[in-house]
Design a protein around this ligand. Structure first.
Ligand code: TRP
Length: 80
């Protein structure tokens, strides 16, 4: 499968603002499904990349997500 040149270079950071934040990885390719769910408690930080296995993520709960494209606070209504 052709890979974006940025695969394995794009890091993102998720910082949980409450207990029980879920970072869910979705599979790359024609079959899009959850392959891993990481549960973070308040203050915990996950640093991860997009890989040959992971093309998208879903974040559930109150958290701050830092990406190359900007910073997203999932609990900030004004951003949505
Ligand atoms: N085994 C996964 C992978 O290499 C690990 C992983 C990387 C992951 N980035 C992720 C899991 C983002 C969940 C969310 O793709």
């Amino acid at each position: 499968m052709a890979q974006s040149p940025n695969t394995h270079q794009d890091y993102f950071v998720v910082r949980a603002k409450e207990n029980g934040v879920h970072v869910i990885g979705l599979t790359r390719g024609s079959d899009t499904r959850f392959h891993h769910t990481e549960k973070l408690d308040k203050g915990e930080v996950m640093i991860a990349q997009f890989t040959e296995h992971t093309s998208a993520i879903k974040v559930r709960g109150k958290a701050v997500i830092y990406t190359h494209h900007g910073i997203i606070d999932t609990s900030d209504e004004k951003q949505a």
